[in-house]
Design a binder for this molecule. Structure first.
Ligand SMILES: [Zn+2]
Length: 249
């Protein structure tokens, strides 16, 4: 009897240990006050290059956006960095980390990417990204979005304790730049007022970017007003239901 009870207790302890804790994938919506269809475009620049199909639309149409950059993307894209710096009226630069390591401490990988594994490594990722942004743009970021946009709860708490707001989203336009252009354009052009859109601006060779560009133009034509995260109020992050989970890196 005692032996059985003990075994059950051990099992429960194992099942509820941090090893099996669920990550969170915060959602984010704009607080919508006026009659305009307000949409926040946020782009991740994880690594790799720049997608001019998207950047050129933003520049030519003078559409403001929030861009989450990593240290490693900044190092490899000096020419684009100069363009971003030249247009502070359009581009808000925020923190996507140092080496694009997911802020997850309780399992070794997220979508096949090695996770931070400890709070020390999470802080190094966050602080390294911030230092690069300060050095390159002479500004301090206020929003953080980790690689894969997923967080273990302890990591999310630690990031917020550093004064950041965690940049969730409400519309995943390109599923990690994995969708074909037509699907991306359809998803993006269907953005509702208050949506915070996530897409990628670092994958010029994938089909998805053409859909992002087309979707932005369709939204503009439909009268959407584009806002940055630093120019509007947004609702506190909440935990997205499991059904809403998709790759977002
Ligand atoms: Zn990323």
């Amino acid at each position: 009897m005692y032996r059985l009870a003990f075994a059950a207790a051990v099992l429960c302890a194992t099942l509820t240990s941090p090893v099996f804790a669920k990550d969170i994938e915060p959602a984010l919506h704009l607080v919508h006050a006026g009659p305009a269809r307000e949409v926040a475009l946020t782009f991740d620049a994880c690594s790799g290059a720049v997608d001019h199909r998207i950047l050129d639309v933003l520049l030519n149409e003078r559409i403001p956006a929030t861009i989450f950059v990593t240290s490693r993307w900044l190092k490899r894209n000096a020419e684009t960095v100069a363009v971003l710096k030249a247009h502070p009226d359009l581009f808000e630069i925020e923190n996507h980390g140092d080496h694009h390591i997911p802020a997850v401490t309780d399992r070794p990988q997220v979508f096949g990417i090695a996770s931070a594994g400890s709070l020390e490594a999470v802080r190094a990722e966050v602080d390294g990204g911030a230092q690069s942004i300060r050095r390159v743009f002479a500004i301090t970021p206020h929003w953080f979005r980790g690689a894969t946009a997923r967080y273990s709860t302890d990591a999310a708490t630690a990031i917020e304790a550093e004064g950041y707001r965690i940049a969730g989203y409400s519309l995943n336009a390109d599923m990690g730049a994995s969708l074909p252009a037509a699907s991306v354009a359809k998803r993006l052009s269907g953005a509702k007022s208050g949506d915070v859109v996530i897409a990628h601006i670092n994958q010029p060779t994938r089909s998805a970017g053409a859909g992002v560009a087309a979707g932005i133009l369709a939204l503009k034509q439909a009268g959407a007003v584009f806002v940055r995260l630093d120019a509007t109020e947004s609702e506190p992050a909440t935990v997205a239901p499991p059904a809403a989970r998709h790759p977002a890196f």
